[in-house]
Design a protein around this ligand. Structure first.
Ligand SMILES: [Zn+2]
Length: 459
């Protein structure tokens, strides 16, 4: 659990972070950076109180225990499922019982796809039952399945070069895992590209650095005017094996069966709770995570953890009797996994008030040991965030990285609102790079990390 979110939001809502347009103005008063810095420093005791409550006090492990209860009770929370709606109702009640303000549900329409039974069996060059997971929004196969020869490719370029070989086959993508954003294109667009060259189905190597023979699911997208073909993920191991078989000239035949179905859009909700601001109640600091998950796990990490630490941020501030100047708003998104569907509808509904959004935050890159905060915003806003993060020195979490992001908050960030999120790699960031490597470095993933000067150096 990344408790530093609590401290960060506990302090930033007092400050004029704003949307990167008039950072030090905000229609309140023109202040120098030095004045702002001094004001931030005065929140040292507030930050310590939040840290003490979250890390050592009665709220210790609370967020984890709340999360464990929900995911053990409800289980997976797939978009369009009854269990997602049950989780939303439970959370609505939880937030009311927690004594938060303006607790309510905002209706949205979300996709309803069901996986059904699925299997993949290699028939040639040997019988081999394969682990497979259909991709979200994929159509199913006919009941007897699709039995066809396989064409293995490692890239869309190779598929183009070998397009005449793809007709009537099952295309297997064995794309290398260089980073998530590159590899995930094969999951999202693999079926469309294969269908364009006449394939009957596509199988994609799971978007993971390793899989321990476990396929990963996720969303895929069809394109208007391109035939829809069934598509699923296979394991890294099977993708590599078929690649080796193909390179030896072996003929590979697979029988793929998928019972997947798309249903009409379902009714769902974004779940909202607040601590209303005392001085600028119309101005919003938004913290968030998504409640929906895929159907093949408990959704504890993705994104139960992010949703529950966001809730905890409000709980801690309420428990301490703090009243922020700006409204602190929690949003638990629905149908993120289907492409940020709940968040898009929230943005469309609320964007007329965009100038009132001071900061949008989401935790959806996994919950790890805290290492810092990723931030997107103007240089002036970044300077303020760096000062706020210095209040986390007692738990040694003061770094501010580049590229704050999140599927659900990107709509706001792209429109100019400062955005913040938590790094994917947690402790690995710190292990991999030391301050002797200061400057711009590339992390183990696709994010570019920049190490700021430490609070000690700055003071
Ligand atoms: Zn997620």
């Amino acid at each position: 659990m990344k408790f530093h979110v609590f401290v960060f939001v506990g302090v930033v809502h007092f400050l004029p972070l704003n949307s990167g347009k008039a950072v030090y103005g905000n229609g309140i008063s023109q202040r120098t950076f030095q004045e702002i810095k001094e004001e931030i420093a005065r929140y040292g005791d507030v930050a310590k109180a939040i840290i003490n409550l979250a890390v050592y006090g009665k709220a210790r492990n609370r967020s984890y225990e709340r999360l464990a209860l929900l995911v053990d009770t409800v289980g997976p929370r797939l978009s369009g499922s009854k269990s997602l709606e049950k989780a939303i109702q439970i959370m609505h009640q939880n937030l009311q019982e927690d004594g938060l303000e303006n607790v309510h549900l905002e209706p949205v329409k979300i996709p309803h796809w069901e996986r059904g039974e699925e299997s993949a069996v290699m028939l040639e060059p040997r019988i081999h039952k394969m682990a497979v997971l259909g991709l979200g929004s994929s159509i199913g196969t006919p009941p007897e399945g699709i039995t066809a020869e396989v064409l293995v490719v490692t890239s869309f370029d190779e598929l183009q070069r070998r397009a005449p070989e793809a007709r009537g086959k099952i295309v297997v993508y064995n794309q290398p895992y260089t980073n998530y954003s590159r590899a995930v294109q094969y999951r999202v667009q693999g079926a469309v590209e294969a269908a364009k060259v006449g394939a009957l189905a596509s199988l994609i190597r799971s978007v993971a650095s390793f899989s321990i023979y476990s396929p990963h699911t996720g969303i895929q997208e069809y394109q208007d005017g391109v035939p829809k073909i069934p598509t699923a993920c296979i394991t890294v191991e099977d993708a590599e094996m078929m690649s080796r078989m193909a390179s030896r000239g072996s003929r590979i035949v697979i029988q793929l069966k998928m019972g997947a179905k798309n249903y009409p859009d379902a009714d769902s909700f974004n779940t909202v709770a607040e601590i209303i601001g005392s001085k600028y109640p119309e101005q919003v600091v938004l913290v968030s995570g998504h409640l929906d998950s895929w159907d093949v796990g408990q959704g504890a990490m993705d994104d139960g953890g992010g949703a529950f630490i966001s809730w905890e941020a409000l709980s801690l501030i309420k428990d301490l009797g703090l009243r922020p100047k700006r409204t602190l708003r929690l949003v638990l998104w629905t149908a993120e996994e289907q492409g940020g569907i709940g968040a898009l509808q929230y943005y469309q509904l609320h964007k007329a008030n965009i100038s009132n959004y001071s900061l949008v935050m989401e935790s959806d890159l996994g919950t790890f040991l805290p290492s810092g905060l990723q931030f997107t915003g103007s240089d002036k806003a970044r300077a303020i965030v760096e000062e706020v993060m210095c209040l986390l020195e007692p738990i040694n979490v003061t770094q501010v990285f580049r590229a704050g992001e999140g599927t659900d908050i990107n709509f706001w960030i792209q429109a100019g609102v400062p955005g913040a999120s938590f790094p994917r790699y947690g402790e690995d960031c710190r292990k991999a790079f030391t301050r002797s490597q200061a400057g711009s470095v590339h992390g183990p993933g696709y994010l570019q990390f920049e190490f700021p000067s430490s609070c000690h150096e700055a003071k």
